[in-house]
Structure formats: C-alpha cells, structure tokens
Design a protein around this ligand. Structure first.
Ligand SMILES: [Zn+2]
Ligand SMILES: [Zn+2]
Length: 146
C-alpha cells in the first residue's frame, strides 16, 4: 500500500479506458476523495467536499460511487453503508474487509487463496461465483494495543 494517488489515478484511467468507459472529472474527484480518506466514507461525507462543483447532488455522487464500484476501483461496505477506495487494485470485485468495531476502520485484507478456494468449492457445487464481498468484524491491532 502506498499513497501516491497520481499512480492510482493513472491506473484507474487505464482500467476505465480498457473497459470502454471514461473516468470523468467527477468520477475522478470522487475517487481522489476516497483515496485521501484512507478509510470508509459515506456518500454524504463526500458531498460537502464536492460543493464547489456544480454537479454535486446526491444522485450524482451515488452514480459516481456505483461506477467506481462497478469498475473495481472502490468497494461498498454494506454493514457500514460506506465506500472505500480499492487498496489492492486487482481484486476483481471480490475482497475481504476487516472492520474494527472500536475505531470504525476498515482494512482491505489480502486473503491470498481463500477466495479462490471458495470459488473452486462453489464450482464443484455447480455455482459460478461472480463477486464475493466478505465483511469480518472485530478489533484491529492498533485498538488491541491501546
Ligand atoms: Zn479491492
Ligand atoms: Zn480499531
């Protein structure tokens, strides 16, 4: 994990154009805000930060967030009703989040083969998994040390 957003934005633009989509200025701005955040953000937390831009209405920001999720550039954490920028970058919409009950932090967890194993097991049952989103709640290392 690093914090050079220029690299992440360039990668996001590449991925969008590969998919025949475009990272519009608003979508890019929302992604930058998520990257700046380093943690889960609710749509209405982002709204005031977009105030300067005329298009910043709730449906607009939800559409931008949906787009980022669809492109695998961000994830929606259902249990927090919040969004985070993808830290892994290539998780193809399947990922695991470790959510701290004390500080509300959400860490994208590189589970190695756990999701591949799950997908293989489902395949044996005749099911083709397209997306897996696991949210594990508990206490993060920092909060345990505090
Ligand atoms: Zn991810
Ligand atoms: Zn914590």
């Amino acid at each position: 994990m690093h914090h050079d957003h220029a690299v992440q934005i360039a990668e996001a633009e590449r991925r969008c154009s590969d998919a025949g989509e475009s990272l519009t200025p608003l979508r890019k701005r929302v992604l930058e805000l998520l990257l700046d955040r380093h943690g889960p953000a609710k749509a209405y937390d982002l709204l005031p930060l977009l105030d300067a831009e005329k298009a910043a209405k709730p449906p607009t920001i939800y559409r931008a967030l949906d787009f980022l999720v669809r492109m695998g550039l961000a994830h929606r954490i259902e249990s927090l009703n919040a969004f985070v920028a993808c830290e892994v970058g290539a998780c193809a919409r399947s990922t695991i989040f470790l959510i701290c009950e004390k500080c509300g932090g959400a860490e994208e967890f590189d589970a190695g083969h756990a999701l591949v194993d799950l997908s293989e097991a489902a395949k044996k049952d005749g099911f083709a998994i397209r997306r897996t989103m696991i949210e594990a709640s508990g206490v993060c290392a920092q909060c345990q040390a505090a």
